[in-house]
Design a binder for this molecule. Structure first.
Ligand SMILES: Cc1cc2nc3c(=O)[nH]c(=O)nc-3n(C[C@H](O)[C@H](O)[C@H](O)COP(=O)(O)OP(=O)(O)OC[C@H]3O[C@@H](n4cnc5c(N)ncnc54)[C@H](O)[C@@H]3O)c2cc1C
Length: 480
């Protein structure tokens, strides 16, 4: 790991003037163009409400702004700087992604991660950087948000969405209601349906005896103790390493498979073909590849594995299938498939996040109306997959679709811009590589929807548009 580079504020300030100049050269952002539409209370409604100011909420709002959709608002439940996983529950030392990805630049070179990093720390620091540290990534997202002047309100949690024919009402935890013509749900991995808890795990273990990797964990409290980690994905390893570094005496990692997956197929599919082309594939081809990817899974990054192995007290158990976990006299009793039992002081579930409409807080009341893959596609023999069947079936611009047409008017005004979109639209609302492509697609489709709805106003404005072109010529015809 490199020592931390020192920022150069003057150089960054000069770069920021360069960003403003780039936007000016590109004529961005254009003037606001959609019609002003009143909500039920008679006051102008937002054109777009973006829920979530993590990486995807910021890039979505940025793309909308650059299309001249300026009447928008971004909300995030978290305080500023704490959005998403990077400085909260992501327990890796660096991002898993390579450093050269452009980030959330929306095609503007001065907004890339590299441009920001070099402006802040210098070219030599960039050359010396191995992988991006979590806090640097968070700072970069905040910087893009500031460069684009995005209107973000932190500490604002949306609890429910209620669509009607022309509008969506978003209710906040405070009871405040915001009306918007379109809503973008950029609620991240936890927002796809919550932590995935395998059956047999007693919820009564929380909070003192168990945690999911997506939760806050007081590792200092576990010093000298014996813990079990279930799963072998990247987060399971990050948590095992963090626990051991914090002084946990022993970590047993239980893995259902007999070996770790070897190849990260996600990296192999991070190219414009997959990003642009996936949405247009026939459902059967999407499904077949999704089933394959679900079977092969992805390995943890080798840096994470090596970090864990550097610590004493780490033990892996392959082919070890947990059946039950329950509370017993201040400890966790683990029961395994082969009948073996074991007690540990604490259990960490590295079991990932579910994709489940009922688990999406904002959509819970609407879930019965939302079409899923189970409603629209029957898998061929041998390709049944319950997890994938629960993915929502989305329109080309990430729109939710009604299970029964007409049963929930306005549902398609909600755009689901998180990993739950992966089955329908591809991995362009999931990870870093697809972020700008996904945001472009989203903004493009929202612009088209707004224009279509506003067409009478657009036409009237055009007819009223009367900027004379020929004034300085002999052919000018003054109006009466
Ligand atoms: C531990 C971890 C490590 C990862 N590492 C990488 C990596 O190295 N490379 C990579 O490409 N991808 C990585 N990913 C995947 C992906 O890039 C991240 O999950 C990323 O955070 C996705 O950005 P997002 O904006 O969709 O979600 P988030 O960053 O999670 O942001 C969602 C935001 O929505 C807010 N929110 C949610 N619900 C509401 C609500 N109802 N009201 C108001 N606000 C709400 C949350 O507070 C949060 O700030 C990682 C994921 C995890 C979980």
């Amino acid at each position: 790991m490199n020592s931390l580079p020192q920022p150069d504020p003057a150089r960054l300030a000069a770069h920021e003037r360069g960003v403003a100049r780039d936007l000016e050269l590109l004529g961005l952002p254009p003037a606001n163009w959609p019609a002003t539409v009143a909500g039920p209370d008679g006051r102008p409604a937002l054109d777009v409400l973006v829920i979530g100011a993590g990486m995807y909420g910021v890039v979505a709002a940025g793309a909308l702004l650059l299309k001249g959709i300026r009447n928008l608002q971004v909300l995030d439940a978290a305080p500023e700087g704490q959005e998403g996983p990077w400085v909260t529950y992501a327990r890796m030392e660096t991002l898993r992604s390579p450093k050269h990805l452009p980030g959330i630049a929306l095609g503007i070179p001065s907004l890339t991660f590299r441009a920001w990093y070099e402006a802040r720390f210098g070219e030599a620091a960039w050359a010396a950087l191995y992988k991006i540290r979590n806090a640097e990534w968070q700072d970069y997202i905040l910087w893009v948000r500031r460069m684009l002047g995005l209107p973000v309100r932190n500490g604002a949690a949306v609890t429910a969405l209620r669509p009607t024919a022309g509008m969506v009402a978003a209710t906040l935890a405070t009871g405040e209601v915001i009306q918007a013509r379109r809503v973008v749900l950029a609620t991240g991995r936890p927002g796809t349906g919550g932590a995935f808890l395998p059956p047999g795990i007693d919820p009564g273990l929380w909070p003192d005896l168990a945690a999911h990797t997506g939760e806050a964990i007081d590792f200092a409290r576990l010093r000298g103790r014996h813990i079990a980690v279930i799963g072998a994905g990247a987060s399971a390893w990050d948590n095992a390493a963090t626990a051991l570094e914090a002084g946990v005496a022993r970590v047993d990692m239980h893995v259902r498979r007999t070996s770790l997956p070897q190849i990260n197929k996600g990296r192999g599919s991070a190219n414009p073909g997959f990003f642009e082309g996936w949405a247009g594939l026939p459902p059967a081809e999407k499904w077949s590849l999704l089933v394959y990817l679900d079977q092969v899974k992805a390995p943890p990054p080798h840096e994470t594995v090596l970090r864990t192995l550097r610590q004493p007290g780490f033990h892996t158990h392959f082919g070890s299938r947990l059946r039950t976990a329950r509370r017993t006299e201040g400890a966790v009793a683990l029961g395994f498939e082969e009948g073996r039992e074991e007690a540990v002081d604490f259990l960490i579930l590295g079991t990932g996040f579910a994709v489940r409409l009922e688990g999406m807080r904002e959509l819970a009341d609407l879930a019965p109306h939302i079409a899923t893959w189970a409603d629209r596609f029957t898998p061929p023999e041998g390709e049944a997959n319950e997890g994938l069947a629960g993915f929502p079936w989305l329109g080309e611009g990430f729109e939710l679709e009604e299970r029964e047409p007409g049963a929930c008017p306005g549902l398609s005004r909600i755009h689901l811009f998180n990993h739950a979109a992966a089955a329908s639209i591809g991995a362009i609302a999931s990870d870093i590589p697809g972020a700008s492509v996904g945001a472009e697609r989203l903004a493009h489709r929202i612009a088209a929807h707004l224009f279509r709805e506003d067409f009478p106003v657009m036409r009237a404005r055009l007819e009223a548009f009367d900027e004379p072109e020929l004034g300085p010529t002999p052919f000018f015809l003054p109006r009466d």
